[in-house]
Design a protein around this ligand. Structure first.
Ligand SMILES: Nc1ncnc2c1ncn2[C@@H]1O[C@H](COP(=O)(O)OP(=O)(O)O)[C@@H](O)[C@H]1O
Ligand SMILES: [Mg+2]
Length: 350
């Protein structure tokens, strides 16, 4: 097992810079998730760690050793991709052990290593099948087994669950978490899916336009997003944003009046409120609006309330009754407000 360190890593394709000043230290045994929208540079960064892409500038260290010019095969990594890339003419067993055989590992040793991996991933009954005789989820398990059996220092995953349906994605996500819990191998996992990131990561590295936007535990990023981008990207349903003005202790646009959690310099403020932070209360409401839409989500309802020209999403109890067109009052605690400077997009703290 090993640490991974990225020191001011840059990547350019010709004149086009796609990664700038990427600085990150990953601890031994840590599970780090690169999260961000499509095209932000997650795969590029992962592929530079793997040695599949040249590093334009900066240093990459694995286990304290500089890896920039080291071949992928000498970096102690194993990678799992979105498309499983199994050899179609080989059986499951042959696919899993192929790398070890090619590396000249003795047959007895291969069998010893195969048994626990196959068991951990529930592949016992599929060993003699060909990949085309497996479902997508089973094929991806084989790909994970093939990576696991190498007993790498670092696991790299690039959107390994993206090709699977929602249910399989959920169950394989649990298996990946369990595998990491058992093996403790340092892992870097790329995804655009914030739920995957939240559930798997010790630490999330949120990326945007080839830069790190924010890093932290899932709790830190969810509870204290440092930018409007981080606030909007993490959390479903999405955070609501209201453009208000700070005046005295109030955040207001005339119609909406919210008590500020701390005193803010007078002027425009973007106020973020998570849908679950609202309580319905006609008496002491800090904002009022008209019900536009009401979606039943099982445990909750997502009620869209039109508040002074803005659509505000409210996570309400499933038992609540909301009629389109009726006026409702909403309350929100001052401590549940996230304040941002609309000019810079940065969080305002008390
Ligand atoms: N071979 C390439 N040549 C030029 N630009 C590329 C190449 N590969 C990736 N890019 C660009 O680099 C950026 C990051 O891509 P990528 O790392 O694949 O994003 P992600 O994995 O976050 O979706 C994108 O803007 C993409 O267009
Ligand atoms: Mg990608």
């Amino acid at each position: 097992m090993a640490t991974v360190e990225c020191r001011s890593i840059r990547k350019a394709y010709g004149a086009v810079e796609v990664m700038r000043d990427f600085d990150l230290k990953i601890a031994d045994q840590e599970f780090v998730v690169f999260l961000g929208p499509s095209g932000c540079g997650k795969s590029t960064m992962l592929r530079m760690i793997a040695g599949l892409e040249d590093i334009t500038g900066g240093d990459l260290l694995i286990g304290g050793e500089r890896m920039n010019d080291r071949d992928p095969g000498d970096r102690g990594i194993a990678m799992v991709f979105q498309n499983y890339a199994l050899y179609p003419h080989m059986t499951v067993r042959e696919n899993i052990v192929f790398g070890l055989e090619r590396a000249g590992v003795a047959k007895g040793e291969i069998d010893t290593r195969l048994a626990p991996v196959v068991e951990a991933l529930g592949l016992q009954v599929y060993l003699s099948r060909k990949p085309t005789e497996l479902s997508g989820g089973q094929q991806q398990r084989v790909a994970i087994a093939r990576a696991t059996i190498k007993t790498p220092e670092v696991f790299l995953f690039d959107e390994p669950l993206s090709n699977l349906d929602a249910k399989l994605r959920g169950s394989l996500r649990v298996e990946i978490a369990r595998l990491h819990n058992d093996l403790k191998t340092t892992s870097v996992y790329v995804t655009h899916d914030q739920l995957e990131a939240m559930t798997l990561a010790d630490r999330i590295v949120l990326m945007k336009d080839g830069r790190i936007e924010q890093m932290g535990t899932p709790e830190e990023i969810y509870q204290t997003p440092q930018t409007l981008f981080a606030a909007g990207f993490i959390g479903t349903p999405n955070m609501n944003f209201l453009e208000l003005n700070a005046a005295d202790d109030e955040l207001t646009d005339g119609a909406v009046r919210l008590k500020s959690p701390f005193s803010v310099r007078p002027g425009p403020v973007t106020v973020g409120i998570r849908p679950g932070a609202f309580k319905l209360d006609d008496g002491a409401a800090s904002l009022q609006g008209v019900v536009e839409r009401n979606e039943f989500h099982g445990e909750t309802r997502l009620v869209t309330v039109r508040v002074n020209g803005n659509d505000v999403n409210v996570a309400a109890p499933a038992s609540g009754r909301f009629k389109k067109g009726e006026t409702v009052g909403l309350v929100v605690d001052a401590q549940d407000l996230h304040l941002f400077d609309p000019a810079t997009g940065k969080r305002i703290s008390g």
